[in-house]
Ligand binder design. Structure first.
Ligand SMILES: Nc1nc2c(ncn2[C@@H]2O[C@H](COP(=O)(O)OP(=O)(O)OP(=O)(O)O)[C@@H](O)[C@H]2O)c(=O)[nH]1
Length: 339
């Protein structure tokens, strides 16, 4: 709120090479409601986006100190966002409603999130409200089999857009959807052929209001190759500080292997704390005034590479004295206890 305005929402659009990012954006940005959206792209798209504020971003990255790849700061992105901010604040462009960052097909979205969260100026003016990932219904399976970036992009998603459904046979599109659900059970999956989709629905953060409330359905632990996803709850309220320490320790030791952590935590207050992170980068935790639905129990999903569900639950269990509650994996059909 540094300039008296709420932070400007940033939507990151990622997806493997040729999975339909530009086609989707070209279609949805032609909607009048998206008029004041600026688009930052790594390369010029061929679709005419000229009535939008299109900026080219060159890939220039700076690796911080002893940071890993997911903690790379994208200096190009910092510069582009600062420039947009300046134009917006000086009234030289129409009031900026939203920024869309389209990544290259091979990009890992984690450094992009990291860049916006850690930059001392950007963090006051921009907030990432949504990561959208496109997956090609025809080639998605192949991309997931062969490319680790593709799995990271699915893990980072709040919403997954399955594209090219017009060209895929219905059976394989259905299999792909269940594979996506196994990798990231917290993401909402929608379909779009040539970008035809409900724009409001596409850009609406999951859940109620302006909060990106995670959807964490009860489900079994899923293992997809090296990638594991586990949804869990606790048998009571957790101590927020203790959970924060546990999470920091996990991310410090294994941050690169924690592709995603997302959920609502019952910390004994009227509403839950929203936890949302991609690799080492955790969104500033948000304390909600109330629960978004009837279910007032913690629910959190971890998507990891090479950290088995037992290891994760065991580590939380070892911390249960400080946490004040025991972790319970959410098996299929297992009810989430109310607080
Ligand atoms: N049949 C079909 N083709 C599509 C659809 N969406 C995109 N395409 C085609 O797929 C190709 C790649 O689409 P793009 O939108 O350029 O994909 P992209 O993800 O932006 O590609 P890169 O920026 O190169 O990673 C183009 O030839 C599109 O016309 C769709 O829903 N159905």
């Amino acid at each position: 709120m540094a300039d008296g305005r709420a932070t400007r929402p940033v939507t990151i659009v990622t997806g493997f090479l040729g999975s339909g990012k530009t086609t989707l954006l070209g279609r949805v940005l032609s909607e009048p409601s998206m008029r004041n959206t600026a688009v930052l792209v790594n390369e010029f798209g061929e679709v005419g986006l000229d009535h939008h504020l299109l900026r080219r971003v060159d890939e220039r990255a700076v690796l911080l100190g002893n940071g890993c790849v997911c903690c790379t700061t994208r200096e190009d992105l910092v510069e582009a966002l600062l420039e947009l901010l300046d134009l917006d604040q000086r009234g030289e462009i129409p009031r900026l409603d939203r920024v869309v960052v389209e990544t290259t097909g091979l990009a890992d979205p984690a450094p992009i999130l990291h860049t916006i969260f850690v930059d001392p100026v950007l963090q006051h003016h921009f907030s990432v409200d949504l990561v959208l990932t496109t997956v090609d219904a025809v080639n998605g399976d192949l991309h997931l089999n062969r490319n680790p970036e593709s799995v990271k992009q699915i893990a980072a998603a709040d919403k997954i857009v399955v594209t090219k459904t017009d060209a895929a046979d219905p059976g394989s599109a259905k299999n792909l959807r269940s594979r996506l659900g196994a990798i990231n059970p917290s993401a909402r999956v929608i379909e779009a052929s040539f970008g035809e989709t409900d724009v409001d629905e596409l850009f609406r953060p999951n859940g109620a209001g302006s909060h990106a409330v995670p959807e964490v359905p009860a489900g079994e632990a899923h293992d997809v190759g090296e990638t594991h996803s586990v949804s869990l709850t606790f048998d009571g309220s957790v101590d927020w500080t203790a959970f924060g320490i546990w999470l920091s320790m996990l991310l410090h030791a294994r941050g690169e292997d924690v592709l995603r952590v997302k959920g609502l935590l019952d910390v004994g207050e009227a509403g839950p704390v929203v936890v949302n992170g991609v690799q080492h980068t955790i969104h500033p935790p948000e304390h909600l005034d109330r629960w978004p639905d009837e279910d007032h129990g913690s629910r959190i999903v971890f998507i990891t590479k090479g950290i088995g569900p037992e290891e994760l639950v065991g580590s939380l269990d070892a911390f249960r004295g400080l946490l004040g509650a025991r972790p319970l994996p959410l098996g299929a059909g297992q009810a989430v206890p109310s607080s």
